[in-house]
Design a binder for this molecule. Structure first.
Ligand code: UDP
Ligand code: MG
Length: 317
């Protein structure tokens, strides 16, 4: 049985060597046959030269390097396409995904699970981050069809058929969390304590997180559109009731002009609501725009095509 480890890397020069050593040591101690597929996501530092050096020293390592930064989703896709293993594990390069978990994950896979998902506790996270995450997951699970779990990231083992199923989803806007949940199959979870990043910096900024959250809401179904429709209908009925009341009051008491504030607030509020709804529709149109362009998810600048995994890739595709 061959195990593929897929590792997206973006500016990971400080840690990639140690990552490789830790993971290979762990897999060797498990007595597994394995390959590592590194995807350099347009790093601006020495990540690619390091990968080239490492590949020269270790035939089990292969790498793909993008022409620029295409994002982690694209990097994971590229890694999955190149992985030939009977089981594929996706791992971050920053050692936040403990290699010690691999043994347990492989054992569970041996017991017949197609997806073994590593779930991190939120130990060491800032309280605000934990709370917003919890609120977000409560909201999003009400809004999307698939079940998204807090603390679950991209660290997971996929059986061959699960990996193949994911490769069948060729959508341009890739929200992995949703895609993994969408394909289904027999899934189980293993927990691990959150580790603080040892070196380098996380590439997540507040803005990126916000956008990621919105992606999650909008990538999976049209429920936000439905919600916009419902809100519109609600507002129309409220306005109708209010109109009846105003007209009634005018008939009974005669017309009195004050009401400037109510008028202004109503106009502004309604304009705001309309903008939001337009924004929701626009988001969907934007997604359609990207889908119909059918651009590739990434462009490859360099790869070590001599690595044995490529036979696997050619056979499978
Ligand atoms: N990564 C990537 N492309 C990007 C950003 C990140 O391939 O544009 C990789 C990065 O090298 C790391 C993993 O994705 O292996 C997770 O990134 P990071 O540690 O910055 O995210 P966090 O752990 O904070 O969620
Ligand atoms: Mg990280």
């Amino acid at each position: 049985m061959l195990i593929s480890i897929v590792v997206p890397c973006f500016d990971e020069e400080e840690i990639i060597g140690r990552f490789h050593a830790r993971v290979t040591a762990e897999l060797e101690s498990l007595g597994a046959e394995f390959e590592l597929v590194y995807v350099d996501d347009g790093s601006r530092d020495r990540t690619l030269p390091l990968l080239e050096e490492m590949a020269a020293a270790d035939p089990r390592l292969c790498y793909v390097s993008f022409s620029r930064n295409f994002g982690k989703e694209a990097a994971m896709l590229a890694g999955l396409r190149h992985a030939a293993g009977d089981a594929v594990v996706i791992m971050d390069a920053d050692l936040q995904h403990p290699p010690e978990l691999l043994g347990r994950m492989l054992r569970l896979h041996g017991e017949g699970f197609d997806q073994v998902v590593a779930r991190r506790t939120r130990k060491g996270d800032r309280v605000t981050r934990t709370l917003t995450a919890r609120a977000y997951y409560r909201l999003i699970n009400r809004l999307v069809d698939v079940e998204l779990v807090d603390g679950v990231g991209d660290f997971r083992l996929l059986s061959r058929r699960t990996a193949d199923a994911i490769l069948e989803l060729t959508e341009y806007n890739r929200f992995s969390k949703g895609i993994f949940a969408w394909v289904g199959f027999r899934t189980t979870t293993v927990e691990y304590d959150n580790a603080v990043r040892e070196q380098g910096r996380s590439k997540w900024t507040l803005g990126k997180l916000l956008n990621y959250g919105l992606d999650g809401l909008l990538s999976f179904n049209n429920k936000p559109l439905r919600a916009a429709l419902h809100l519109g209908l609600l507002l129309v009925s409220v306005a109708a009731a209010y109109a009846v009341w105003i007209v009634g009051a005018a008939l009974v008491n005669g017309v009195d002009t004050p009401g400037y504030v109510t008028l202004l607030v109503t106009v502004i509020a309604l304009a705001g609501v309309q903008m939001v709804m337009l924004g929701v529709v626009g988001e969907y149109v934007g997604r359609i725009y990207y889908e119909v362009k059918r651009r590739p998810h990434f462009l490859v600048k360099a790869a070590n095509t001599s690595a044995p995994h490529h036979h696997g890739e050619l056979v499978r595709r």
